[in-house]
Design a protein around this ligand. Structure first.
Ligand code: HEC
Ligand code: HEC
Ligand code: HEC
Length: 151
């Protein structure tokens, strides 16, 4: 701008502002780099989830191979369900869970979840290892003897 060019003092101020902008931009770039890092880091590695085994006696007995709630919900939110279960038992003394279809299940991590998924190492663990999560429930909650195959 004219006034600015004619006034060295103003020009200096302007440069100072530019300097800050530069820092902000560099800051933003570093932020973006860190933000997106997990997405492109390790891209070369195999990225697909290993198969999850449903080959257990209880699941074989089911006429329709369904979890206690819809699969998509279970995949995305089983941790919230389990946390809600714990609250229900510990805070409210409830012992049954009624699913969206009206079916009743005992609220029990070891007996209900691992009753059907009695192959924790080939089901829960496969996915958790893949996702890098280590639920610390098993120091207190029992993992029953693995059962696979024939009902
Ligand atoms: C420090 C020990 C401890 C740890 C760790 C722990 N729990 Fe529990 N949990 C208990 C106790 C004690 C009860 C109460 C048992 C009862 O009243 O039947 C309970 C009850 C529950 C219940 C309801 C009853 C049952 O047996 O399923 C659920 C569900 C549950 N916890 C889920 C979890 C989950 C999920 C984790 C891991 C994220 C976890 N707990 C970690 C001690 C623990
Ligand atoms: C009545 C037997 C039964 C019970 C009880 C049960 N499941 Fe399932 N679960 C299944 C079956 C069968 C499937 C596969 C459903 C499908 O392929 O659509 C499944 C699927 C899942 C999935 C999705 C897997 C994927 O393909 O992404 C998760 C996660 C899961 N169960 C966790 C749990 C947890 C946690 C509990 C306890 C709160 C539980 N299940 C209780 C039978 C059961
Ligand atoms: C389809 C993949 C998948 C399967 C199958 C699966 N999980 Fe998970 N689980 C996850 C992911 C991913 C997380 C972490 C989610 C998060 O941090 O938001 C998780 C978290 C959890 C947590 C919460 C841990 C915490 O510290 O709060 C519990 C408890 C849990 N899973 C139990 C189970 C059990 C029990 C089974 C088997 C019956 C199972 N999961 C099967 C993917 C899976």
């Amino acid at each position: 701008m004219l006034i600015c060019a004619a006034n060295p003092c103003l020009k200096k101020q302007r440069l100072a502002v530019m300097g800050d902008k530069g820092k902000i931009i560099i800051g933003l770039l570093i932020f973006l780099f860190l933000l997106t890092f997990p997405f492109w880091y390790g891209r070369g590695k195999s990225a697909s989830l290993p198969p999850l085994s449903l080959d257990t006696p209880e699941i074989k007995k089911l006429t329709t191979k369904k979890c206690l709630a819809p699969t998509d919900y279970m995949r995305a939110s089983h941790m919230e369900l389990l946390h809600a279960w714990r609250e229900a038992v510990v805070r409210e003394g409830k012992i049954f869970y009624v699913n969206p279809e009206g079916k009743k299940f005992a609220i029990n991590l070891s007996r209900t979840c691992l009753g059907c998924h009695s192959n924790k190492d080939k089901f829960c663990d496969v996915c958790h290892n893949y996702a890098g999560v280590k639920p610390t429930c098993w120091t207190c909650h029992l993992v029953p003897e693995p059962k696979e195959g024939k009902p």
